[in-house]
Design a protein around this ligand. Structure first.
Ligand code: MSP
Length: 630
């Protein structure tokens, strides 16, 4: 048996937990429970990411000190995970003293290994993503390509990590370790990003204070560590790195579960830091997709956040776990919809699973006084048992790739086989026809199929698996896993009359699942002269095309009644196809300072309105190109 380390990202404390956080955590919880079930000694780490400019500013705007604010929000994450019975072994906070010490030790080692040098950073920074961007990647010359918020131009003294030095080593790692990044499609994206060239990474900041100080030996009181360096090191601090090293043997088999938005930090920067520290690299970095609402990213500022506690309180935690793990193929985005959720509860949980248990209990009570111990299972039903064993093996193969949806799909194939066998062999007729031994063997075969499912379902739905186990008088544990799953064996049962596992849901009962609170935008009053500084013109789109290498940007040629058309780059590719825009009139901010976006000159900004979706602004009737809006 192995030691295994599984982690969630540590969550920023500027935001309360939402469905995206719950998703990452529940996937990691399922994997940790599966490993334990298989007998591996497992260390499951989660926690909160509490330093950085974003937290400092969030705390300030609410009148708290950063630490007070972090204490409050970190407590909310921990309380939710406890309520959800997440089986973490340790909850780390980056403000914990031992983490601060480890981060400083790690910085010191990287510095001594000549991977860190002093310089000056000049460029753009997105505080919301805590990420540096070169100008060429910004949208409309100033907006973050990841979250769309305005970036800041910063120029400050900074220490740099020699990331460029690790480009070839990283490429070799991706090539040698087939499953180092999951799923495959995401790995390809990382490989092409690294092949595109790596620049050294700024890893300290001097323009704010809320961060870990550099090691004292450097004597740099103005600098704090870049929050991503601080945050990534949490995975080592928790194991005692450079301190007691007590749990460092878990590090040899590490799996990080992350969202696709933070894959680059985990699949590029983090392994490079680890190489600099001369430590083994993670076995897997597995990136899941995003939950959206009406196709839009969920965030507090958009006001479309799904509150996981409300969903779990209304529909049940087990049902919620099932839906999150089953609904979306791992790595892809998914849309949260109550309708889809209710369908799955009614058809898959109530019918396929819950009813099967009821039928087994009913049949065993009628035919054999609740005893299920036929010795003829393999005489009549070898095929069914073998098929179920093969499906369970498929489920485990899917779990190797964290494909939680495929894992559950395979288990449901076993349930379908069980239900179909009852329909096919009609035990009530077997009894009538004097074939009682076959009827009893059928009940025992079907019970074994359900027990195999219950064992493998336990990491995803621990409480439901336990209820099934109680109803058939067995315990879900590693011994039983070995017997039913690893060895493909069968066992006897004693059924117990039990309440239905799940209740059907008739109507959606979560009208307020979506918090439609819009964060208030500060409105500054301006006078008419200030408004007149903006020259907004109407123009016709002559040409529109996608920009290679960007799934966000479109390139326009727009006739604004001037000598020649204007070229404008706009980040709206997700909302429109280029062909549907040609010939349309739009409003353009015409005196915006030209900027280069993705190496293309952009001479203005096309105006649009957003309410969850995006639509371009136009006039009620056609006007001459160049007409002024005012
Ligand atoms: N603090 C960093 C992680 C540092 S790890 C060394 C961070 N925190 S976060 O709170 O912003 O996000 C944590 C995780 O939540 C990420 O994996 C992210 O993908 C996930 N989600 C946040 N919103 C999400 C959705 N709407 N959908 C799915 N998951 C998303 O990043």
């Amino acid at each position: 048996m192995e030691k295994r380390f599984i982690t969630t990202p540590i969550y920023y404390v500027n935001d309360v937990p939402h469905i995206g956080h719950a998703y990452t955590t529940i996937i990691a919880d399922m994997m940790a429970r599966l490993y334990r079930l298989q007998g591996h000694e497992t260390y499951f780490l989660t926690g909160t990411d509490e330093h950085g400019q974003k937290i400092e500013e969030a705390a300030k705007s609410r009148g708290f000190s950063p630490k007070e604010y972090a204490d409050e929000v970190s407590g909310k994450f921990k309380a939710l995970w406890d309520e959800f019975e997440i089986s973490y072994d340790h909850f780390i906070r980056t403000t914990d003293e031992y983490h601060i010490k480890t981060a400083q030790n790690a910085f010191d080692i990287m510095y001594k290994n000549d991977d860190i040098y002093k310089g000056e950073y000049e460029g753009f920074y997105c505080v919301s993503c805590e990420t540096f961007f070169p100008e060429s990647q910004l949208i409309d010359g100033e907006y973050c390509p990841d979250c769309g918020k305005q970036t800041r131009l910063i120029k400050e003294e900074s220490y740099f990590f020699r990331l460029s030095k690790y480009q070839d080593k990283l490429l070799k790692w991706y090539e040698d370790e087939e499953k180092c990044i999951l799923p495959k499609g995401k790995k390809n994206e990382v490989v092409s990003f690294v092949k595109g060239g790596l620049k050294d990474l700024s890893i300290t900041r001097t323009s704010f204070e809320w961060g870990i100080k550099l090691p004292e030996s450097l004597n740099e009181p103005k600098h704090v560590m870049y929050v991503w360096l601080d945050a990534l090191i949490n995975y080592l601090s928790a194991l005692g790195y450079t301190r007691d090293e007590k749990n460092m043997d878990f590090w040899n088999n590490a799996m990080h579960i992350v969202g696709k938005d933070i894959l680059r930090f985990h699949a590029v920067y983090w392994p490079a830091f680890l190489m600099s520290l001369n430590l083994p690299l993670p076995k897997h970095v597995a990136a899941h997709g995003w939950w959206t609402r009406d196709g839009k990213k969920m965030s507090k500022s958009i006001g479309n956040v799904v509150n996981p506690k409300e969903v779990a309180d209304t529909y049940g935690l087990e049902q919620f776990r099932y839906f999150l793990l089953r609904e979306v193929p791992f790595g892809q985005d998914g849309d949260f919809s109550q309708k889809a959720f209710i369908n799955r509860i009614n058809s898959e949980l109530c019918n396929d699973l819950g009813n099967l248990l009821n039928r087994i209990i009913g049949m065993s009570s009628k035919y054999s006084n609740y005893e299920i111990n036929s010795k003829d299972v393999l005489k009549y039903f070898t095929d069914e048992i073998e098929t179920a064993n093969a499906l369970c093996k498929n489920a485990l193969l899917a779990s190797d790739e964290v494909a939680t949806n495929r894992y559950l799909e395979e288990l449901w194939k076993v349930l379908n086989l069980a239900n179909a066998s009852i329909a096919k062999y009609e035990p009530w007729n077997l009894i009538k026809d004097g074939e009682k031994d076959k009827a009893l063997a059928l009940v025992a075969m079907v019970s074994n199929l359900l027990a195999k499912v219950a064992v493998l379902l336990s990491p995803a739905m621990p409480k439901s698996a336990d209820k099934i186990a109680k109803a058939l008088s067995f315990d879900v544990n590693t011994n039983l896993y070995n017997k039913l799953i690893k060895d493909g064996g069968i066992i006897d049962f004693m059924a117990v009359a039990t309440e239905p596992l799940f209740a059907k849901v008739e109507v959606p009962s979560l009208e307020n699942v979506v918090e439609v609170k819009k964060e208030e935008k500060k409105v500054e009053v301006i006078n008419i002269d200030e408004f007149k500084k903006c020259v907004i013109k109407v123009g016709t789109i002559l040409e529109c095309e996608n920009i290679e290498g960007s799934d966000k940007l479109l390139k326009f040629q727009i006739d604004l009644g001037e000598e020649k058309p204007r070229q404008i780059i706009s980040g709206i590719a997700k909302f429109y196809n280029p062909s549907e825009l040609v010939g349309k009139q739009v409003c353009v901010l015409a005196n915006l300072k030209p900027a280069k976006i993705f190496k293309h000159l952009s001479e203005g900004m096309i105006l649009s309105a957003e309410d969850g979706k995006l639509t371009l602004l136009s006039t009620l009737s056609k006007v001459q190109n160049g007409a002024i809006v005012g």
